[in-house]
Structures are given as C-alpha cells and as structure tokens.
Design a protein around this ligand. Structure first.
Ligand SMILES: Nc1ncnc2c1ncn2[C@@H]1O[C@H](COP(=O)(O)OP(=O)(O)OP(=O)(O)O)[C@@H](O)[C@H]1O
Length: 327
C-alpha cells in the first residue's frame, strides 16, 4: 500500500564521465520500512544513497519524497539525513555539540538545541558521555553519536552508508540489533547500504540487490533469499546451488539437497570435499556432468552414516524447492 511518505526513485541515473554508476533505477521504498541496498563493490549502492542524500548530483531522473521531487534540493532541505561510514564527527566538538550542530546551523537558540540534543543522546544511550570529545569514545559509542547527530533533524528517511563496517564482528552484531530496534521505535524509513548478505538478512524488511548499476531483484528478505530470480542473486545471497537441468537453470538451497545412495538420486555425483560447520556438515560434490553442488546436512544425520571424499552418491531434492532462473 502506498503512503504519503514513501520515497520513490524514478529512472534515477548517475554518470561519472562515461561510467554509468547507476542506470535508470526505479524503486519505491515504503515509508517506515528498513531497506538494505545490497551488492558487490562498485555496483552503484553508495552513488544511489549519496544521490538520495543530496551529496552527489543526479545525472537524470527524480527522487520523490512525500510527493515532491527532492533531487535538486540542498541536503538539509530534503527530509533525509545521512550517517557516514566513518561517522564524520567533528573532533574538536564535544558529543553534545556534535549532535546539536545542525540545529546551530539552522539558528536554533542554545538552550533549545542542547535540550533536543540531550533527548537524542538519551535515545542512543549516550547521556553520560555528553561532554566528551569523539576521540575519547569507542567505535560503537562514536557510532551512536553519529546516529543521534543524523536524527536530530527529524528526517523522514535515514540513510546509512555501511554503518557497521568499522566495528569488530562482536560489536557489529550487537549494533545491528540496536539499529533495528531504533528504526522500529522511530518508525521512519531506513535505507542501509551494505555488501554483507548476513547483515541485510538480519536487518531488512526489504532487500534491494544491485548489480552493474541496476536493481537485479528487490523484495522481502525471505523472498530474495528463498526465491532468487537470477544466477547472480542466487550466488550473491549464498546458501544456494545453481544447477543446469534439461528444463533450464535452477537455484536450490544447499540445505534442500539430499544425499542418497548412488542409484537413488536424480543426479549421480562424487564427494570432493567435506567441511564440518558445527550444527551441519557441508559436502561438496561433483556430478557426472561436471557440475559442482554443495549439500548441507545436519551433523547428526551426517555422522549417523558418514561418507568420505571419493565416495559415489546420488543427489536428490524436492522439485518444489527448485527456483527457475531468468538469467
Ligand atoms: N567520484 C567518482 N568519479 C568517477 N567514478 C566514480 C566516482 N564514484 C564512484 N565511481 C564509479 O561508479 C561506480 C559505482 O560506485 P559506487 O561507489 O556507487 O559503488 P558501491 O556499490 O557503493 O561500491 P563500494 O561497495 O565499493 O562502495 C564504480 O564503477 C565507481 O568506480
């Protein structure tokens, strides 16, 4: 259902000289949703985000927020705010002055901007650090300050460029659940750029997969993971095999491939590799037709009847789990 605060990209294009970084993309971000722009390095994610923020000029197309084309407005007038990868805090300003900065630029008087900044610091649990300088904070704390600073303008859309990439893996997982919680509490649209599939699956209501300057597939996280439409999406999301069958190319999840006795499968193969993964075991198999297939088996099932590299096996699946690929 469309709402007044949706954000729509209409044939949005970015060219740098002869390089087309974003090629006439079309997309509707529903108001209040958490969207992840996902794709490999160089696919055009950051250029898209920066155009929405107003930090990159639009070559062609429109960016419609709340019914108005904001593509040519200055960043502060768009109803969007951006949180940068390196947080971009002012090193000489205290935490609270960093957060209040954009209100100062707008001419809001000191008492009011400190009150508002205090509220935002409370929201991100950083009240106790209000008078510190950014250099006296950990990476995770700096990130909270950067979030508060972006949110102080009351944006309808918060844009986050790889917000978790500077954090260590443990903190990354913790901060990602905090981001999700914050988005739910605020009820505004978050658009989060990442090249991490796990991050996108964990956070997004909607995943927008980009490849070569275009949107390859967009939809709810579960749908994009379970029903990839192209070979690129199947491989990039991971956890899938792409197999060529007489009727065409199909994706099937590795945990939906079963290993049988050699003459009982749909395809015959040989085990070429074996990886213990804790809860499961990943078997790499080469079919008679030279296709590499991975089967992920629960570890108890594997150890009840272990098979070894070199063993001949059959491979089977439920045909309803095959997803036809269009490219
Ligand atoms: N300022 C620029 N001048 C020229 N080309 C650029 C510029 N910025 C980006 N590009 C090119 O545009 C394409 C898309 O870049 P972009 O940064 O949007 O991709 P990305 O998906 O965000 O990549 P990454 O994950 O590495 O940040 C790339 O081919 C890149 O080299």
């Amino acid at each position: 259902m469309r709402s007044d605060l949706d954000l729509e990209l209409v044939a949005l294009t970015k060219r740098y000289g002869t390089t087309v970084a974003v090629d006439a993309i079309q997309h509707l971000f529903h108001a209040g949703s958490y969207a992840c722009l996902l794709g490999p390095s160089g696919c055009g994610k950051s250029s898209t985000l920066r155009m929405i923020a107003g930090h990159e000029e639009v070559s062609d197309g429109a960016i419609v927020l709340a019914g108005h084309d904001i593509a040519h407005l200055p960043p502060a007038k768009r109803g969007t705010a951006m949180m940068f990868q390196n947080y971009a805090l002012f090193p000489h300003l205290s935490v609270i002055d960093n957060v209040a900065f954009s209100l100062k630029m707008k001419g809001v008087e000191r008492a009011e901007r400190r009150r508002r900044a205090g509220e935002l610091l409370d929201l991100v649990h950083m009240t106790d650090f209000a008078e510190r300088l950014p250099a006296q904070l950990s990476g995770g704390q700096q990130q909270r300050v950067a979030l508060a600073r972006a949110l102080i303008t009351d944006p309808q859309v918060l844009l986050l460029d790889e917000p978790l990439s500077a954090l260590d893996p443990f903190l990354r997982v913790r901060m990602r659940s905090e981001l999700k919680k914050l988005q739910r509490e605020l009820g505004i649209t978050f658009i989060h750029v990442t090249h991490g599939q796990d991050e996108a699956l964990a956070l997004a209501d909607e995943i927008v997969v980009m490849n070569n300057a275009r949107i390859e597939q967009a939809g709810p996280a579960r749908e994009v993971f379970n029903a990839p439409r192209t070979e690129f999406v199947a491989r990039f999301m991971g956890g899938h095999n792409v197999i060529a069958l007489p009727k065409g190319h199909f994706a099937i999840r590795s945990d939906q491939v079963t290993v049988t006795l050699p003459d009982q499968g749909k395809l015959e193969g040989r085990v070429t590799g074996l990886e213990y993964q804790g809860a499961s075991v990943a078997l790499t198999l080469m079919t008679a037709g030279d296709q590499e297939i991975t089967a992920v088996i629960p570890e108890d099932r594997y150890f009840a009847k272990p098979i070894q590299p070199g063993d001949g096996v059959g491979l089977s699946w439920d045909d309803t789990n095959l997803h036809a690929l269009t490219a």
